[in-house]
Ligand binder design. Structure first.
Ligand SMILES: CC(C)(COP(=O)(O)OP(=O)(O)OC[C@H]1O[C@@H](n2cnc3c(N)ncnc32)[C@H](O)[C@@H]1OP(=O)(O)O)[C@@H](O)C(=O)NCCC(=O)NCCS
Length: 320
């Protein structure tokens, strides 16, 4: 798990080593940053934190004792605005969810200050990885300052994104899906996992049939919209005894990596406890490597291979 430690002079060399040219430096720090990064400039950023209250807070993100990222939060106490800035993950560590975790921690920290009502940031319009990361976190694109930066003879557009306190704290609640109306709301999300579902009517009919044989559906709801779903049943067989079997588990592609799947799995583990079941079991495709990573993280272990035979296939058995 990522945690934050205060940024200090001992981290300067490492952060400087993450940038190899001026474009990367400006992408990170805006037009006021020059390449190569200088200790003096980083010290000036740190010094902004010496006011009372601080105008800027700077952290390193660490995992297992290793520094994996850097982030800053500029604070405008008078207007109640906090600006996420100078966000970077070590180049070899990108694309592993570390940036999302680091940003979540800092945004949570910002809204921990009573005076802060809005968290915002600027990002260059071509930086689609960063924009996607911020959208997943819940920041909304407000607009674009066209041709607002000059870098190496090119002009770049700058996007402005923000999240407000009430949006950040909009509660996520786990609730059972019990009516055909709620099942219909869940259809687009379930279809992300089960693309063969034809339409809402098909899904509702299957839900009704499966429900009659013990299937339940729960969802994580945000603003009356489902953002993650789990379909499951309590069953018993000679292999596992009574256990909870998870048929379906899916998080909306837009909020993956934000802990929604973890919340639902936690709810299912709690249900095992309430019903005195000692095992939660699920199947996942061998090709679903991201899913495997998630399940390992959640403490689930692979214990079997599932074989199946398609009665209608003319597939000849492989030679021994
Ligand atoms: C922007 C940055 C901080 C994101 O951190 P990260 O750890 O790489 O991001 P995450 O692994 O949390 O990924 C978040 C999302 O970004 C997208 N993403 C990440 N790496 C990607 C890649 N190489 N290609 C396409 N999309 C990618 C994915 O959509 C991912 O969401 P997913 O979980 O649904 O797949 C990091 O890439 C970085 O340091 N970039 C260089 C500096 C920079 O641009 N800073 C921002 C200045 S405003």
């Amino acid at each position: 798990m990522i945690h934050l430690v205060p940024f200090a002079a001992e981290h300067f060399d490492l952060v400087c080593s993450w940038f190899t040219n001026e474009v990367e430096a400006v992408q990170w720090g805006g037009p006021s940053v020059s390449y190569p990064l200088a200790a003096q400039m980083l010290q000036a950023m740190l010094d902004e934190g010496k006011t009372n209250p601080p105008n800027r807070l700077c952290w390193m993100a660490q995992e297992d004792g290793e520094s994996v990222g850097h982030i800053q939060l500029a604070l405008d106490w008078r207007s109640g605005n906090a600006t996420l800035s100078r966000v970077v993950i070590a180049p070899q560590m990108r694309g592993q969810g570390k940036g999302s975790q680091m940003l979540r921690l800092v945004t949570e920290h910002a809204f921990g200050f009573e005076a802060i009502e809005r968290v915002e940031l600027n990002v260059y319009a071509w930086n689609s990885v960063a924009i996607r990361t911020y959208e997943k976190l819940g920041l909304k694109l407000e607009g674009t300052r066209r041709s607002s930066a000059s870098v190496n003879g090119e002009r770049w557009d700058t996007c402005i994104m923000s999240v407000l306190r009430e949006e950040w704290h909009q509660p996520l609640t786990v609730r059972r899906v019990e009516t055909p109306e709620d099942v219909a709301l869940c259809f687009p999300l379930m279809r992300q996992l089960r693309p063969h579902l034809e339409n809402e009517g098909d899904f509702i009919a299957r839900w009704q049939r499966q429900k009659a044989t013990g299937y339940s559906l729960i969802a994580l709801w945000k603003d009356e919209q489902p953002v993650a779903l789990a379909g499951y049943r309590i069953q018993e067989n000679l292999i596992y005894g009574p256990h909870l079997y998870v048929d379906d588990l899916v998080t909306d592609a837009d909020v993956r990596g934000s802990g929604a799947g973890h919340r639902l799995l936690d709810r299912l583990k709690a249900e095992c406890g309430e019903r005195d079941l000692s095992l939660l079991v699920l199947d996942t495709a061998l090709s679903n490597s991201l899913g495997h990573k998630f399940y390992y993280r959640e403490g689930l272990l692979p214990r079997a291979l599932r074989f199946s035979y398609d009665i209608n296939s003319d597939h000849a058995p492989l030679p021994a």
